[in-house]
Design a protein around this ligand. Sequence first.
Ligand code: ATP
Ligand code: MG
Length: 159
Amino acid sequence: MKLSNIMVPYDGSEHAARALAYAEKLAAALPDAHVFIVHVMPSDMVDAEDLDDGGSLNGVPLGLIDRSAYQGLVERAIGRARDKVAAALQDDIAGMGDAVTVDVVADPSAADAIVYYAKTHDIDLIVMGRRGLGALRGMLGSVSYSVLHAADMPVLTVK
Ligand code: ATP
Ligand code: MG
């Protein structure tokens, strides 16, 4: 059984932070383990602040934005979001050296994006929070529920 690529879907919640701490411990005990921390940014909610470029958008006057210009803006926003996640996790991942990757992807569905990322990055195990940022109380959040349902690889949920 191969157990080297561990994915931690990260939404900034305490639950996801506990999942990351667990994955980190697990990875430290395994030879050649790599941890992929992945945040899914809702693609219909790109931060306006990250798009703004002082009155224009990426140098293009408002109203003249075409599709490829917009794509460039979204890519830049993703890059900025990635930097923010990496900065927020700096202390948590400092001890992991090269054995960690921080990624941000944009998708309207966090669960679909998590399952797709896991498939396309040869992930052996997903470690995620049982709950996340949502206010509703219950046993399992909707993202965890959907990932448990759709993923082919083992999924470990952390309380
Ligand atoms: P709900 O979103 O259904 O209101 P919730 O927020 O409490 O409930 P989930 O969203 O299912 O619960 O979160 C469970 C776990 O899923 C989180 O701890 C995190 O590991 C992962 N997760 C949730 N949203 C994202 C996201 N946008 N990007 C990456 N991982 C996520
Ligand atoms: Mg949630």
